[in-house]
Every structure is written in C-alpha cells, then in structure tokens.
Design a protein around this ligand. Structure first.
Ligand code: GLN
Length: 606
C-alpha cells in the first residue's frame, strides 16, 4: 500500500487523509465508472449508466450500480409521485428512486439499500456517529468526513458487488447536474476517490447536452462546453464525453467538444434520442463505447467473449421483436390518481411494454383519472378498452371511482388487473355488489366503517408502535394449485413478489368472500394474509360452497403485491402477461389467452 493510502486508512486524528477503508479492501481489484450530468437535468443519466453497465455485465464482469441523491430525505418513501415519479421498492424493502428500477430491468439484477444513497442518509449517520464520540475529538467537517463517508459506501458496495461476487465495476450516477449546490460533496468525494485509487481505476463520463434551436436549425456546442468546464473546475478531467441530442451529433460539434475538453475525439460520443431505451446498449456497442471503457480501466483481460455473444443475441432478438411491425393492437386503461403522469406509473408502463413485445401486440396505454369515474359513466369512459389496470395508491381520493371501474370490468367481462389498492377495491366491490354488504370499505378511507373488509391487521398495528408501519419488500406468496395464478406461474407453489402496503383483507371476511365465489389463489405461507385473488374462468373452476351459479370472468385478477416491480424485458411478469394476453383475446377471439404459458417454458417468464 502506498504511503498515501496507508495514511488514508488511519483515523482523522493523525492525518488529513481521513478515508475509512473497509477491512479486506483491495486497491486495483475494483474499478469505478462515474456518470456526471452537465447543462440540464433529465438527460437520462440512469439510462446511460444502466445501458453501459449492461454491456459490461454481458462481458462477464460483475457490476454494481450506485445512485447518489442530493436530497435530504432518508429514502424516497415520503416523496410524492406527482413530483418525483414512482417510488420503487427493492426486494430488501428499500423505497428508492425510480432509476433503480431502470437498473434492475436493464441488468436483470436485484439491488439493495447499498445501491442507493441520499444526503439525508449520510448526514444522519455522521451526526449519529458524532453523538457517540466516533470522531475522537475532531471537528467534523464536510471534507474529509462527509466525503470520506461517500467513499466508504462506494468501497463497501464494490466489495459486496452483486451480492454473490465482488464488483469489477461500480457504476456511480450522481443525481442532478455538476454545479448544483446539493451534490457538490459527492463530486468532491469522487475526485478524491480517483486520486486515492490511482490511474486506470476511475473513469469519469460527462453526459452533456447539444442544443439545436429551431430558429437556427443547427447544433450548437457552447452550452455543452460550458457545462463540461464546470466538471473540470471541480478538478475532474472527464475521460469520455457523451453528447445527448435530438439528432445524431455532427462531426463539427464532436470535434469542437473534443478540442475544448482535452478528450480524444474517439472518446466523444453522440448519444442521440432513440425510439426505445432498450436500443441504447447495442448502439453504444456499435460506437465502441464499451471498448473505450475497458481500455481506460484496464479491464480487457477480465472479459469473457463467449458469454458476451450469447447475451447480446438474446437482447438483440428482444429489441428486434420490439421494433417489428405489430398488427394486433389493444388499448389498456390505467385508472389512477396521477392520470397522465407516466413517471408516476413507470414500472407498470414498462411491464406492459415487455409483455406486449413478447406477445407480438401493440398495447396502447390510456390514462384515466379515477376521480372522473362513476357507476353511471363507467361504460362511456371505459367501454372502448380491452383491459383495465387499477394501480396502487394511498388516500381516499378517487377510491369510489376505482370501485366503479372494478364493477364495470367485472360485470362487462373486461380483463382486469388490480394492483395493491386495485386488489383492495376489487374486494370492496365484490363485498358491496355481490355479497350485498352495502357499507363495505377499507378502514383507510372510513375508520369507523361497519363492514371493514379491508383493515389494518393487528400485526401491522403492533409494528406501527415500533416506528415503521408499512409491510415492505419481497415476501413469499403461496399459490393454490388448480387456480389461474398457479397456471400462470407455471405450477410454482411459492413465488416471491414485492409489497408496499399497510392494509389487508380482514381475515374475518375471508370465508364469506370465498363462499360468495371469490377465489384467494395466493396467500401468506403462514399468516391468514390474502395476497392474490381471481374469479373463476368457468363453472368447473369455481370453488365456492352453496348452490348459486358461479360468477365467472375471462380474466379478473388482482394482487396485494406490486408485480410491476419485478417485470424484466427478458423475463416478463406473469400477471401482466395474463392481462395483455386476455386483452388480445377480447379483441381477437381466435387468440389462445394461455398459449404464452405453454410457450414460456423455455422463455423464462416470471
Ligand atoms: N393504501 C393501501 C395500503 O396502504 C394500498 C397501498 C398501495 O396500493 N401501495 O394498504
């Protein structure tokens, strides 16, 4: 270890190089690729970083992404989807930024709390440590203590890797743009990291934006030059420049950028808009971006070429299917609180897209504001749809509209997928309109409700006293053999899905709901918590007691979990496959709605 690094490993009392290095950390073993944004936010840093990470993962390298958020919230759990897009939930229960969803989908890799950090988490840890005397009498400072904590987290993630093997490359995405007040300490920490790790260990990519004002009709590079200058002012010389733009960048622009940033032109790339984000990995590969990264980080000798070819073929064939002309068209309605805000339901959007690609159909999503729907107008608002999704949600606004929406779908035999709150409103609707429990409701919306078919369970209330009342993260679900769920999950008796909720079906009503014909096809393996429901597709599938004819439906399915969070391009989510396929069947009666199950034995659905 160099004297500098030896000093870095000591504590803050005897050196300015305070940088707590985790036990067993090996310099040179792990590399870092840092993506910084310039000029404007919203350039797609997450998409860029996850696409590049995918290319390198396909080569057999172990990758671990890290998203650094400038905000002071501890996590994204309290953020309003209206302002920040959906709250993504990881298997370990971390509530995070929707970008982590992009990484999980692109990499087909489960992430954890180690892959997501906010300023709030860092400051909380440092202040806690300070109160416990952890700084040995020193004044606690932004540099070296705050930056030291950032480096510690990065190195710990590098050692943790993908959970099985240590990382070859940690992909670091810093939220916001360089020059923002709130991410400055992250950028300083990364500069320090590059200094400490030494040459060929950290690759800085500046993502920039080339403007093309309509009045000029040509691309201009000045804003990009100024943006990159800010990176250099922070003491960072970028190794690669990626130029986001509406159209391919002209060679004049690329030359100018190279000239003003000290970056060789072969390392200045045009990253113009594509039809789909899934086209980006291959576009990067064709431009040679991955090879430049391997050279900058001296990683050529860790590459497995055979693996790369295999992965690329599978991905390219998915992209080709996506680009193919799809003649079957279906319209799927989403009745939510944040209608029109794609980002608020980003994972649902993606889950439908994966399934429609696999099923060879073109699924158009239509956003319907739940507050607009009533029993009287449901047919006119929803009548043209081939399927409906009621997504998750919190709070009473729009709930009655969602119940009307369920009623319309159930009675008119429109394929229905209820997600979380969409599962709860399906139970309420069934209780009210099939069982005649006119006052059925959830205690979330009516705390003194006389027929609380959905309520906060005693177990949840007990947890609430301890601080966190939400049931969060991956949980096992036991699937009942012989049901539609069992068929869609290819006869798996236990599955794992992700949850984010506080209320559940009240166990006291389960028997009555079942006796009236509702099938709970997924349950908690131990507790009486209902996780998946469906209506029988035919009289033979019905399971209820009594002599009333069964209420049947071609596809009426709902889950207390969030299946959209586990959908991946090459492993589409079964519940969404079921819904999209049922939508095709409604529009094209010759379509076999469960053919995908038979065909998916080799296609890794779920
Ligand atoms: N509001 C409901 C609950 O807390 C549903 C939550 C959700 O849809 N994510 O249980």
């Amino acid at each position: 270890m160099s004297p500098l690094l030896a000093a870095a490993a000591r504590t803050s009392v005897d050196t300015e190089f305070y940088s707590p290095i985790p036990d067993g950390y090996r310099f040179g073993r792990h590399k870092y690729l840092v993506v910084l944004g310039t000029v404007i936010s919203g350039l797609g840093k997450g998409i860029f970083s996850s696409s590049l990470a995918k290319l390198l993962k396909d080569k057999g390298l172990v990758v671990a992404p890290m998203k650094m958020e400038g905000y002071l919230n501890i996590d994204a759990g309290t953020l309003n989807p209206f302002r920040h897009g959906e709250v993504f939930v990881l298997d370990d229960g971390t509530e995070c930024d929707m970008d982590l969803g992009t990484y999980e989908r692109m990499l087909d890799q489960n992430l954890s709390k180690r892959n997501f950090v906010t300023s709030g988490q860092i400051f909380r840890d440092i202040l806690d440590r300070e109160r416990h005397g952890g700084y040995l009498g020193r004044d606690v400072q932004m540099i070296p203590h705050v930056t030291g904590d950032v480096k510690r987290r990065l190195r710990e993630l590098a050692m943790h890797g993908d959970g099985q093997r240590p990382a070859d490359i940690v992909f670091v995405e810093v939220g916001g743009t360089v020059g923002d007040y709130e991410n400055g300490f992250y950028i300083e920490a990364l500069r320090e990291l590059a200094f400490e790790e030494g040459p060929n260990s950290v690759c800085f990519v500046a993502l920039t934006y080339i403007v093309e004002p309509g009045s000029l009709g040509e691309q201009k590079s000045k804003a990009a030059q100024l943006g990159i200058k800010r990176v250099m002012e922070a003491g960072i010389q970028p190794h690669i420049i990626a130029c986001r733009s509406a159209n391919p960048c002209t060679s004049t622009v690329l030359q100018k950028i190279a000239m003003f940033t000290n970056v060789a032109q072969k390392r200045v790339f045009s990253m113009h808009d594509r039809k789909s984000v899934y086209e980006i990995p291959d576009a990067m590969r064709q431009e040679g971006l991955d090879r430049e990264v391997l050279s900058i980080l001296s990683l050529h000798d860790r590459v497995d070429l055979a693996q790369e070819d295999r992965h690329r073929e599978r991905w390219v064939s998915y992209v080709r299917k996506m680009q193919a002309n799809r003649t079957k068209k279906v319209k799927i309605g989403i009745t939510g609180k944040y209608a029109g805000l794609r980002d608020a339901y980003a994972s649902i959007d993606k889950a439908v897209e994966h399934c429609s690609t696999h099923l060879g159909c073109d699924a158009e999503l239509e956003w319907i504001s739940a507050t607009d729907v009533t029993d009287d107008n449901a047919r006119s608002l929803l009548g043209h749809l081939d399927a409906v999704i009621v997504p998750g949600g919190f709070g009473a606004r729009g709930v009655e509209g969602k119940i009307s929406c369920v009623r319309y779908c159930r009675e008119s035999r429109v394929p229905y997928l209820g997600i979380c709150l969409g599962f709860q409103v399906a139970v309420i609707e069934f209780a009210r309109n099939v069982m005649g429990l006119r006052d059925a409701n959830s205690t979330e919306f009516d705390s003194h409700c006389p027929q609380p078919v959905i309520s906060e369970l005693p177990e949840q209330k007990r947890i609430e006293k301890l601080g966190g009342s939400m049931r969060l993260g991956g949980q096992m679900v036991q699937i009942t053999p012989g049901t539609l769920a069992y068929e869609m999950y290819r006869h798996r008796e236990t599955i794992r899905e992700r949850f984010r909720h506080r209320y559940e079906v009240d166990p006291g009503y389960v028997e009555r709901l079942e006796a009236a014909g509702l099938i709970f096809s997924g349950r908690h393996p131990v507790y009486p918590i209902m996780q998946v429901l469906e209506l029988p597709r035919s009289e033979q599938d019905a399971r209820h007691a009594g002599d009333k004819p069964a209420i049947t439906h071609p596809f009426f399915f709902a889950a207390q979990c969030h299946p959209e969070l586990t959908g991946r391009p090459l492993r589409p989510q079964p519940m969404f496959m079921g819904l999209v396929s049922a939508a095709i069947k409604r529009k094209h009666p010759e379509h076999d709605p469960l053919r995908w199950v038979k065909e998916s034995a080799s296609a890794e659905v779920g």
